[in-house]
Design a protein around this ligand. Structure first.
Ligand code: BGC
Length: 376
């Protein structure tokens, strides 16, 4: 009996991390030019399951349990590759080479001007959005399954050619997704280049912690570790100012629901059609720090966002309009999902006072973001 007890005690105190196996790649269809696409399924002992494919490094589904142990898929998206190829507002994708906007699709670097395709024009003002016409969300990445004690992973690699979408330099980028027994979805970005180039990559998942297809996200409560935003003009391009959120609908330094002030008569809110802004995170030293906490009261789901990045774009799905039919056959209506995109500030290549997004040859860009799941 004593031996059994000692044995049990040893098992609980010295419990090894779960011996994760490498995830298997499964076929997920072909692009229009016949390139095969594969999907990887990562699981953990907490009942969380993340599926990500080589097209766009897109997270196709993310299932987590609610406070009663009921699982739901908490990201918007589609069941098939064909639907992603047809029309998607960047559901679940990695966006780049420059995530978010570059004014007029122009920037200069070392005395040379560069012109990008302008694929977006809020307020009638053209800009380059999320990497241009064929950004990193629309290319096939190389997938490599990974495992380490306590976590399963997949590393996606893409080499973006010199001149691709108008950007200078051959850029080698890897994005690794880890799903750990700690219930963290960790994203590690690594990039190198052979010519100076702007780089700003982010993850563009649309969350609904009630479960995708279960209505709007207005009841989610947010808390941000950020006391300023980068206000924008009507083209959603930062004016260059860092503005205090105090006394405005942008103040999430204490918990507020998304819906509480989203329809406020505020010029910034009018430009974005709701929240579609970059928050300047209080932590600016490049270490992994808490940026945001989201709580959905009906299911008890909590999501924390930690990042090494200096900014956080909070977009509350103002451009969703019911035309896209999601995984459970329901239309994604206005504000049925929200994005929390960790990033450098929009239009940084044209904003000398913002933290630089220029990657130089010989440097390695390293960035980490964690989406941490729990219930309360
Ligand atoms: C931007 C929105 C944009 C959306 C596209 C977000 O990252 O902030 O302005 O419309 O991406 O799906």
């Amino acid at each position: 009996m004593k031996n059994i007890l000692i044995c049990l005690l040893a098992m609980t105190t010295l419990a090894p991390a779960f011996a994760a196996a490498k995830p298997q790649a499964q076929p997920f269809g072909k692009t229009t030019d016949g390139t095969p696409v594969e999907i990887y399924t990562l699981t953990n002992p907490k009942g969380t399951r993340l599926r990500a494919m080589t097209y766009g490094a897109i997270v196709v589904s993310l299932e987590t349990p609610d406070r009663n142990g009921q699982s739901a898929d908490i990201v918007l998206g589609y069941n098939t590759l064909a639907e992603y190829l047809k029309d998607t507002p960047y559901f679940g994708a990695i966006v780049g080479r420059y995530g978010n906007r570059i004014a007029h699709g122009k920037f200069s670097l070392a005395g040379k001007s560069y012109t990008l395709a302008t694929n977006n024009s809020p307020g009638g003002m053209p800009c380059s959005l999320h990497g241009g016409l064929k950004g990193f969300d629309k290319v096939v990445w190389r997938g490599e399954p990974l495992a380490k004690p306590g976590a399963q992973g997949v590393k996606f690699t893409y080499v973006s050619k010199d001149g691709e979408e108008g950007y200078p330099g051959n850029l080698t980028l890897s994005v690794t997704y880890w799903l750990g027994e700690d219930n963290d979805w960790r994203i590690d970005y690594l990039a190198t280049t052979d010519k100076a180039t702007p780089v700003n990559v982010t993850q563009h998942s649309y969350f609904n912690l009630k479960g995708e297809g279960n209505g709007d996200i207005l009841g989610h409560t947010l808390t941000f570790k950020a006391s300023r935003i980068t206000p924008v003009n009507a083209g959603l391009i930062p004016t260059g100012e860092l503005r205090s959120v105090q006394g405005t609908p942008f103040d999430f330094s204490t918990p507020h629901t998304i819906g509480e002030r989203v329809n406020a008569t505020d010029e910034q809110m009018k430009f974005g059609g709701g929240y579609d802004h970059n928050w300047v995170l209080d932590s600016q030293n490049g270490s992994l720090a808490l940026a945001a906490t989201v709580h959905e009261p009906t299911t008890g789901r909590v999501m924390q966002v930690l990042t090494t990045e200096p900014g956080l774009q909070f977009y509350c799905g103002n451009f969703l309009d019911g035309k896209l039919i999601g995984k459970s056959g329901k239309p994604y209506q206005f504000r049925n999902g929200f994005c929390l995109e960790t990033q450098h500030y929009p239009d940084s290549p044209n904003q000398p006072k913002f933290p630089s997004t220029i990657l130089q040859p010989g440097q390695t860009l390293k960035s980490t973001t964690v989406y941490r799941f729990s219930v309360k």
